[in-house]
Design a binder for this molecule. Structure first.
Ligand SMILES: NC(=O)c1ccc[n+]([C@@H]2O[C@H](COP(=O)([O-])OP(=O)(O)OC[C@H]3O[C@@H](n4cnc5c(N)ncnc54)[C@H](OP(=O)(O)O)[C@@H]3O)[C@@H](O)[C@H]2O)c1
Length: 302
C-alpha cells in the first residue's frame, strides 16, 4: 500500500511511502517520512489528514484512520525540538539561583547599603518559600510527572526562561531591598501557613495525576479525588493544581506585602486560567460522562 506525503504548509509533495500495511502506525510512518527528508526527525513532525486538521496520535494505525492505497497525509514541520524535561529544568533552576543571589543583596544591585541594613525575618521566610517552591518543581519534573510529550519547539526554552527568570529578578529585587517594609506578624505567619498548605495541595494533585497514568503510557483519564483530602478539589475544578499554584503565589504576595509578587501571582493566574479552560473543554469533549458541575480553575466561578 502507498501513501503520498505532502507538506502541510505548502501542500507540495515530499514523496511517496510504499510497502505499508494497514497495521502500520503513525510512529512507524514518521520514521519513514524522515527517510524522505532527513531533517524531519519524528519529534519534529505533526502528521494530519488535512493541511490544518487534527494532529494524528502515534498509536493510530492506517486502518483505524481509514487510509487506503493512494491516500494522502500532510506533515507539518514543527521546527527544531528540545527535550520537554530539559525546558522545565532550565526554567525552574533559574528562579532558584536568581532569587538566592538577590537574597545575598549583591553590591551590583544595592551598593554598600545592602550589607549595612539588617535583614527582616519575613525576607528570610520569603527566600525559604521561594526555594521550597522551585526545588519542589525541579524534583517533581524529575521524579513525579509522567509527561506525554518528549520534546517541544526550542523557542519555548527562551520564552519560558525569560518569563520565569525576569519575573524572579523583579520580585526578588523588591523583597530583598534594604528599604523593604514587612507586614505584621499575624499577616506574615497566617499567609506562610496558607502558602505551605497550597504547596502540599499542589504536590498532592501532581501525585494523583501521576497515578492516573500507567508508566510508559500517555493515557489520559478523568481525574478524581483520592483518599488524600487535599485532592477533594477535583470535585469542584478540572485543574486543582493550578488553583493551588495561584493560592501559593497569592499567599506569598500577602506574606511579603509586595506589589511585584502580586503581579507575578496575577500573571500566573491569567496563563493558568487560559490553559485550564482549554483542558476543561478537552475533558468535556473527550469524556461524555465528565462531571458537569466542575469548573476549570476557580470553584463555582471559572
Ligand atoms: N506559576 C505559573 O505561571 C505556572 C504556570 C503553569 C504551571 N505551573 C506549575 O507547574 C505545574 C505543572 O504544570 P502543567 O501545565 O504541566 O500541569 P498539567 O498539565 O496539569 O500536568 C501535570 C502532569 O500531569 C499529567 N496529566 C494531566 N492531566 C492528566 C490526566 N487527565 N491523566 C493523566 N495524566 C495527566 C500531565 O501530562 P501531559 O504531559 O500529558 O500534559 C503532566 O505530566 C502546575 O501544576 C503548576 O504547579 C505554574
Amino acid at each position: 500500500m502507498e501513501i503520498e506525503i505532502l507538506s502541510a504548509q505548502s501542500s507540495k509533495s515530499i514523496g511517496v511511502l510504499n510497502n505499508l500495511t494497514p497495521t502500520t502506525n503513525i510512529r512507524e510512518l514518521k520514521k519513514k517520512v524522515q527517510g524522505l527528508k532527513k531533517s524531519l526527525y519524528p519529534d519534529r513532525q505533526a502528521l494530519r489528514l488535512e493541511p490544518r486538521g487534527k494532529i494524528l496520535k502515534d498509536d493510530e494505525s492506517l486502518q483505524i484512520l481509514g487510509l487506503k492505497n493512494g491516500s494522502k497525509l500532510y506533515v507539518k514541520d514543527l521546527g527544531p525540538q528540545i527535550g520537554w524535561k530539559t525546558v522545565f529544568l532550565a526554567e525552574y533552576a533559574g528562579p532558584l539561583f536568581v532569587y538566592l543571589w538577590m537574597y545575598r543583596r549583591p553590591w551590583l544591585f544595592y551598593g554598600d547599603v545592602g550589607a549595612a541594613v539588617p535583614v527582616h525575618y519575613v525576607v528570610h521566610m520569603a527566600a525559604g518559600c521561594w526555594t521550597l517552591h522551585y526545588a519542589k518543581r525541579l524534583l517533581e519534573t524529575l521524579f513525579v510527572h509522567r509527561f506525554s510529550h518528549a520534546t517541544m519547539p526550542i523557542f519555548n526554552l527562551f520564552k519560558n526562561c525569560s518569563y520565569y527568570w525576569l519575573f524572579t529578578l523583579y520580585v526578588a529585587y523588591h523583597v530583598n531591598h534594604p528599604l523593604y517594609t514587612a507586614p505584621g506578624r499575624v499577616q506574615a505567619y497566617g499567609s506562610l501557613a496558607a502558602f505551605l498548605l497550597c504547596e502540599l495541595g499542589n504536590l498532592s494533585i501532581h501525585v494523583a495525576l501521576r497515578n492516573l497514568r500507567p508508566p510508559g503510557t500517555t493515557v489520559r483519564k478523568i481525574p478524581v479525588a483520592t483518599s488524600n483530602p487535599l485532592t477533594a478539589l477535583f470535585d469542584l475544578v478540572s485543574c486543582p493544581n493550578y488553583t493551588y499554584e495561584f493560592g501559593s503565589w497569592l499567599s506569598f504576595a500577602i506574606m511579603t506585602q509586595c506589589l511585584p509578587a502580586g503581579l507575578f501571582a496575577l500573571a500566573g493566574m491569567y496563563q493558568m486560567s487560559v490553559w485550564a479552560l482549554g483542558k476543561h473543554r478537552a475533558y468535556k469533549k473527550d469524556f461524555p460522562k465528565y462531571p458537569r458541575s466542575r469548573k476549570a480553575i476557580v470553584p463555582f466561578v471559572l
